[in-house]
Design a binder for this molecule. Structure first.
Ligand code: PMP
Length: 447
């Protein structure tokens, strides 16, 4: 087997030095900064692979945090986007195509009667929370520990599990994700662990008179794909019904990925509102908010506001039309899930041969890898697993031509274009990375 050459990052490092003078951390999103000497700049992507400006080729399992569901630069979607460009941009008016895409979403997702478009997942969730508050007249909301709903102030509260001591016998502190979040907003948030029915019920019993919405990501796309049980999702539905709270299922990552009808279809639960983004248009910026007719009709003059200069942009809506058509009418989702199964089997084989205890969470189209016998059922259990092995391994994987998130809390994403050659390159790299990690761990233990 040919040795895998280690990376040369000369050009990326030089680019970083230039970029950092003009852009904070040299990037357009803080998560793209991986260190002064490990931040890579992309030349292009095609299919399941990304090339950096030094010419290093990577099999990519981040896929831009999920959007490239068919693979980068998919000819079918790009051709549709080019036709969308001819429409002329944005008009502050609507086009016929918007309805076609809304119809397609309503056909694919049972929980969707009506649709509005946004530009990003953040915007869609923000609109969902606003309309839920408008509809119920209640401002507080429930969040699940470990979930992520975008970068807007209301969603930027979390349980600080990373710095929490599981032996302390206390709950992790509720903290803002970032500086700059008004402290007064904390009063509106109720954070609770995934799959803890008793705690959830307790919150409803004590505070439902103030709670307008429960935001639920039944497969946490930013937290190792830790998954809700069907029992938990159904209980959440029942509690929301009982106490007059709207259930918002955030499908920004799972939508049009884990199933045509989203993660809600896997649980057989209909939310009042649901949000979509990533996989909708294979990477073109668009998101959607869908839901119950009576709730969605709260978007009206004098009701809840919704809009934006770029919503349903001609290019993105044309890309969404084509991408959703492919996901709905071809076996693309089955293809990428089958790839995920093969990848998991290959990873398992490598780890089993070395006696490394591990497990997988999530769905074969987006899964988390854990170094614990059972995948965690909530974020607190992640803290108890050996995620340091993953973090070290990810570092080596980057050098060996695999893009995965350096942080174990981000799942691996599959796309339709991942093929046998991607699989072989990945498994070869993983085998080498695991051995390097084992050596590193041994070295650290004896140091
Ligand atoms: N909700 C979920 C579940 C997400 O995963 C994300 C993005 N990772 C968002 C909302 C925010 O989406 P965006 O980055 O497009 O604003």
């Amino acid at each position: 087997m040919a040795p895998i050459p280690h990376r040369n990052l000369t050009k990326s490092n030089a680019q970083f030095q230039k970029a950092v003078k003009r852009m904070p951390l040299g990037v357009s999103s803080t998560f793209r900064y991986w260190g002064d000497e490990r931040t890579i700049y992309v030349h292009h992507g095609k299919g399941g692979r990304t090339w950096d400006i030094d010419g290093n080729c990577y099999v990519d399992y981040r896929l831009g945090y999920g959007p490239a569901i068919l693979g980068y630069a998919d000819d079918r979607v790009d051709e549709a986007a080019r036709r969308g460009m001819e429409v002329g941009g944005v008009f502050a008016l609507s086009t016929e195509r918007e309805l076609m895409v809304a119809d397609r979403i309503a056909k694919m997702v049972e929980g969707v009667d009506l649709v509005r478009f946004s530009n990003s997942g953040t915007e869609a969730v923000m609109a969902a929370l606003r309309v839920a508050r408008a509809f119920t007249g209640k401002d507080s909301y429930i969040l699940i520990e470990g979930s992520y709903h975008g970068l807007f102030d209301a969603a930027m509260w979390m349980s600080n599990v990373a710095d929490w001591d599981p032996a302390s016998g206390t709950d992790p502190a509720t903290v803002p994700y970032s500086m700059g979040i008004p402290k007064t907003l904390k009063e509106l948030v109720y954070l609770t662990p995934m799959n803890d029915l008793n705690r959830l019920e307790d919150i409803f019993k004590k505070h439902a008179d103030k709670i307008g919405a429960m935001l639920l990501e039944p497969m946490m796309g930013n937290c190792c794909a830790i998954s809700a049980t069907t029992e938990f999702v159904r209980a959440a539905r029942a509690l929301c019904d009982k106490y007059g709270v709207l259930l918002i299922i955030d499908e920004v990552k799972t939508g049009f990925r884990v199933a045509k009808g989203g993660v809600q279809s896997l649980h057989g639960v209909r939310p009042d509102l649901c949000t979509f983004a990533k996989a909708m248009a294979n990477g073109y910026p668009i998101a959607a908010l869908g839901g119950r007719e009576d709730v969605m009709r709260t978007f009206r003059y004098g009701g809840a506001a919704h809009g934006g200069t770029y919503t349903a942009h001609g290019v993105s809506i044309a890309a969404a039309e084509k991408c959703l058509e492919i996901l709905d009418e071809t076996p693309a989702l089955a293809t990428l899930a089958a790839y995920g199964e093969k990848l998991k089997a290959g990873l398992k084989d490598i780890l089993d041969r070395r006696g490394i205890v591990h497990s997988f969470s999530g769905h074969s189209s987006m899964f988390g890898l854990f170094f614990a016998p059972k995948p965690p059922s909530d974020y607190r259990a992640w803290k108890r697993s050996d995620y340091t092995f993953y973090d070290k391994m990810a570092y080596h994987l980057h050098d060996l031509g695999i893009i995965c998130e350096p942080d174990s809390r981000e799942p691996w994403f599959m796309c339709e274009a991942h093929d046998q050659s991607c699989l072989e390159d990945t498994l070869r790299a993983v085998e080498a990375a695991v051995d390097l990690t084992l050596e590193q761990v041994k070295g650290e233990a004896s140091a």
